[in-house]
Write a new protein. Structure first.
Length: 280
């Protein structure tokens, strides 16, 4: 056995031991859709699609969004397949009354909760065991005119906090509030039937989540997953978030676990980190 093989096996064992149960734990998987390593795999991704997905892909294929759509479906299907023990193309979905996707395979009932979000160039999928979970990601515009949207979408408490920030912090805080709020409505799965003014997220001076004012406030937990020059992403869960693991994924290729500080940075996946992902 080569030294590298031993190292890889050890890493796999430690992942399984660390997470025998996913309760309170969230795995965050993401893929940059312009990654050149996806190029040779697009046909395999297309072969995973359901007839309805294929139809949607064919409508998008000649525009800018075709590749984003295909890679996002491939990420979702390959990730879910690892937790459910089903081939990616065998994963099937149904949606609730507000469009939130759930797994419909009988073998997968009750195994996991998941949610997904996309923005231009980046797709994200979060998985946990028992709790309602939601994710949002937004690519960041530098144009301050987007701040005008806060009046329509944020609560009075959030607006007051945003307006109290220094000018050079406001765009950053805007995206944090936005993605946290969107992640919450996605976790609840009831779409915009949830009035956006009726709940508030509270951020501290470092921009970290520090409180929630709303229905069943004690039940909900939140986290900023990513904040860099290009993207902001946030997570909401109907239970305490004890731990988060980040995986930079090339669907059907490398899956590399990264620390919170390195996740979502747009750099090539390090080949020494290649491993098969196993879920306890
Ligand atoms: C349906 C909704 C999730 C769309 O959100 P979006 O920002 O366009 O898209 P995202 O990339 O975040 O999420 C899309 C994914 O969410 C999932 N989704 C769809 N409906 C959902 C729902 N009701 N609940 C949770 N997840 C849902 C799907 O997996 C979808 O991916 P797919 O289209 O590939 O199947 C919904 O929350 C919405 O319309 N939001 C409006 C945005 C808004 O006003 N936000 C205010 C924040 S302050």
């Amino acid at each position: 056995m080569l030294r590298g093989d031993r190292l890889e096996i050890k890493i796999m064992i430690s992942i399984v031991e660390k997470r025998p149960s996913l309760i309170g734990h969230v795995d965050v998987w993401y893929c940059f859709t312009d990654d050149h390593r996806l190029n040779g795999r697009l046909d395999q991704y297309e072969a995973m699609l359901s007839p309805a997905e294929l139809e949607q892909y064919q409508q998008l294929i000649h525009g800018n969004n075709g590749r984003d759509y295909l890679v996002s479906r491939a990420l979702l299907r390959t990730v879910l397949s690892e937790y459910c023990g089903l081939a990616p193309e065998k994963i099937s979905f149904c949606v609730n009354a507000y469009g939130k996707p759930e797994l419909s395979n009988s073998e997968a009932q009750g195994l996991i909760q998941f949610n997904t979000a996309h923005t231009s160039g980046l797709t994200v999928c979060v998985v946990t065991r028992d709790n309602d979970v939601g994710v949002d990601v937004e690519s960041r515009a530098e144009n301050r005119s987007i701040l005008n949207m806060a009046d329509d979408y944020f609560s009075a408490l959030e607006l007051q906090a945003l307006n109290g920030r220094a000018d050079d912090q406001q765009l950053d805080y805007f995206y944090r509030y936005w993605t946290l709020k969107e992640a919450y409505i996605k976790a609840r799965g009831e779409g915009l039937s949830i009035p956006l003014h009726d709940f508030s997220v509270v951020l501290d001076d470092q921009g970290a989540f520090s409180g929630f004012v709303g229905p069943e406030a004690d039940r909900w937990d939140f986290g900023i997953l990513c904040k860099n020059l290009n993207y902001t992403a946030a997570l909401a869960m109907g239970g305490k978030i004890d731990s988060i693991a980040y995986f930079h994924s090339i669907p059907l290729g490398q899956q590399v676990e990264l620390g919170a500080d390195d996740a979502f940075n747009h750099f090539p996946v390090n080949t020494s980190g290649q491993r098969n992902r196993m879920i306890g």
